[in-house]
Design a protein around this ligand. Sequence first.
Ligand SMILES: [Zn+2]
Ligand SMILES: [Zn+2]
Length: 437
Amino acid sequence: MTFDTVGCSCQKRDHRQIDMEIRSVKGMNDIFEPQIHIWRHIEDQVRKHFESFCYTEIKTPVVESTTLFSRGVGDSTDIVQKEMYTFEDRNGEKLSLRPEGTAPVVRALLEHQLLNQDPIQRLYYWGPMFRYERPQKGRYRQFHQYGVEYFGSEDAWVGAEVIAMVVKLFEKLKLKGLAVRLGSVGCDQCRPSYKTILSESLKSLHAQLCSDCQNRTQKNPLRVFDCKNESCKKLVGQLPRILDHLCQVCGDHFAKLQGALGEFGVSYRVDSGLVRGLDYYMRTVFEVTSQDLGAQDAVGGGGRYDKLSEDLGGKPVPAVGFAGGIERLAMLLESRQTEFQPKLPLYVVMPDDQGVGTCARLVSELRLLGIRADIDYSGRSMKSQMKRADRSGADYVLILGGQEISKKMAVLRNMKTKAQEEIPLETLVDDLKRRLQ
Ligand SMILES: [Zn+2]
Ligand SMILES: [Zn+2]
């Protein structure tokens, strides 16, 4: 057995050591207090916001057939080639932990023929995703994403509404220095000829490209724009851009999108190098960045993917969507942590065990009314109970023991003003309800 003592300064033996074999998996985290309060705040805001735009939630399984992602995300993507958790189940079926949320949602849309019920479907999701990447700050192997998918319209207004909705969400969450990067990746009409032009100019740079990009030159040259390799990044500046090679329809669509964004009051910057790492995008692509994350990292992004449904064997379904990472948002909200902590209106302190029945009934009654109240039954000293009450940040402390019972009074201490008063036991519940609710 191997033990690990790194990361814990606790001197107690049972706290210090944990069997390595049962430690959490690398890149996968426990999320608990105080972080969990930030997560809850984000989740509440996201849900409320999307639901006000008439999106409803969809929950898809965490495990899907591997084929869904190789067809839906793209065989040539890094995600499918290098990053998926893929395994065979006991029946020999090839399965994968979902690396992203869109392909499963489209699968569900087709499987349940949702568009037959309503030709417009607006769905949002929230949950864990899995990619085998090198863990680093803000990037984990189990990470969490939320996103929206709008099915049933190819109108540029829909894409603009999605982008505007996302920007407003980030404004509500008080993110600073927001910027929208906007691009188009063309369509089946104009992208193939652009790819040929791009491949041609990549040929002359072949020797200077990283080995990944050398392979991409043939299969999917657009992906060169996504390469994280420094030397490739420098070369990208000299390449022809797809925005100069859009067909009439794509050009008009892009212009209409920009006009609609203006109507929504969203400012944006057209970025001809924005292609995004997934195969299924067509026409609109976008990313939202925050100055707090640095230039490289987007808070979220998305685009239009009218062909994905056909890639999965369905009929054509125009669609546009967005996905964002929850860990990144949580990181950006970390400095405001205390804002999101739940308030504690009451802490009950018992100097002895003579009032324990009364206290237990009282606390239970308040809790059932939705009033948060804390109590410690373990018979610790008055001093240590007061210490814990103080640390808990409670608004009031109620003191109730044998002495108080004999006087038919309880002592209520306001923890901010330190003022104390006596309240008759007879009216105690009503009095506390009035004060605390
Ligand atoms: Zn086109
Ligand atoms: Zn490269």
